[in-house]
Design a protein around this ligand. Sequence first.
Ligand code: LLP
Length: 374
Amino acid sequence: MKIYFKNNKPFIEGVCLDDIINSYSTPFYIYSQKGITETYNKLIENLNSEIFFSVKANSNQAILKLLKSCGAGADVVSAGELERALAAGFNSEKIIFEGVGKSKNDIQYAINNNIRLINIESINELILVNSIGYSLSKKINIGIRLNPDIDGKTLDKISTGKKTDKFGINIIQLNEIITLIKSCENINLKGISCHIGSQIHDLSTFKDVFQKMKKIANSLSGEGLNIEYVDLGGGFGVNYEKDSDDLDLKELGVLVHSTYNDTPYKISFEPGRFLVARSGILMTKILTTKENGGINFLITDAGMHTLIRPSMYGAIHRVQAINNLNTKTIIYTIAGPICESSDILVKNINLPKQEINNYLAILDVGAYGAVMAS
Ligand code: LLP
């Protein structure tokens, strides 16, 4: 989603930004229905697989309803996210539940709502799900979330697929867990899944994941287990520093089809960021300006409480000025109003000279923005 100017007025997709600014108080997020719909369609076109939107990236009801209407399923990691997905109208058969630490209440809620799969992440969780199934005289459909020990070559804070990460069940425990599953009367194993991290840009990493998961699925099927679903996670990289160079979906699609051209199970993905990141803008107002120790600060009403990604991960988001566009540029540090020194949105950014009460747009914040705000 981009801001462009017509007669010196800022616009987004034909809507004058001034009209939005005059109707809502900052800070606020703006989303693009068009952007999300087009990205979803691109994913389907290239991957030709089932897409479960990772609700943790943005659980806004309008966005969930939109993705549901496009045909997506939902990937949730808590009873709260499940409740939001159900409220948005997702059919329970199109919901999967992952999550490294599910409480008994979470699991019961998921079972009561007959979702497609609970992807278990530990042996204790398997035993718990089986015992809940026993108490309800029900067979529970599960998947196993595997930790394939593949390095996503991403930031440590968003890596999930190395054997030292807390997520998934280590593949060396697979035989043990399969033996246990066979002895569990209230468990029906239907799938395997993995997710090795976020912001993956390297296709060869996906190639390793696809091949490893295929080998495992085939060997489980060979043992007579009825594997219906193979879920290959999310993690599709977005390039926050420019408008382009996100993960190449065409090439990813070629890889999917060449790996899984003749397999008896359904392939799915669970992207979050890729679907929504580019379709969100955060509008903020400059509360004050100051120069401290040679640094030109713009203090804004958005901060780490509105968008935590910069202070938590050192994430970079581009910022677009919408006022004073024809003035000489200055190097600024943009900081929020919170009493934490880490409350910095961006350092050393070149912008036209700004003043109090000007507005700034922070770009590509549709994923892990509002949902992680406090
Ligand atoms: N599936 C599972 C099991 C996950 O844990 C995640 C993200 C996804 C799917 C979606 O991954 P994506 O396609 O969005 O990369 N807050 C961090 C990102 C944390 C991602 C956690 N897991 C950030 O702002 O960068």
